[in-house]
Design a protein around this ligand. Structure first.
Ligand code: SF4
Ligand code: SF4
Length: 100
């Protein structure tokens, strides 16, 4: 069962990537991402929005697939900056992996 942490987006302030709340899940970033991998990065951004910390930690290795090419951030229609959100989630995972 996935636990929902309603304050997770607020916690992400200190790691960067709090622009995730701007995302309206259009899927443009997943379509343009050269990884073409299971709706990445949209999927991770959705987990952040929902406060599904466990899902992010369970799938943390996926974050390190990101090439930081910036294509997703350049094409996002909501300025949610998905590339920066992925970087912020990596910081979060590094800070929390021992606790998971
Ligand atoms: S392109 Fe932007 S608004 Fe669309 S799913 Fe990705 S982050 Fe969200
Ligand atoms: S920055 Fe990362 S998530 Fe965004 S398009 Fe490039 S590889 Fe994909």
């Amino acid at each position: 069962m996935t636990l929902i942490h309603h304050d997770f987006a607020d916690q992400m302030d200190r790691f960067g990537g709090n622009t995730a709340l701007e995302c309206f899940n259009c899927g443009t970033c997943a379509a343009i991402c050269p990884l073409i991998y299971e709706h990445f990065p949209r999927k991770m951004i959705r987990y952040l929005q929902l406060g599904a910390k466990d899902r992010i930690l369970e799938n943390a290795k996926e974050l390190w697939r990101c090439l930081h090419c910036g294509l997703c951030s350049r094409t996002c229609p909501r300025e949610a900056d998905p590339g920066e959100v992925i970087l912020g989630l990596k910081r979060y995972v590094v800070a929390n992996w021992r606790k998971s």
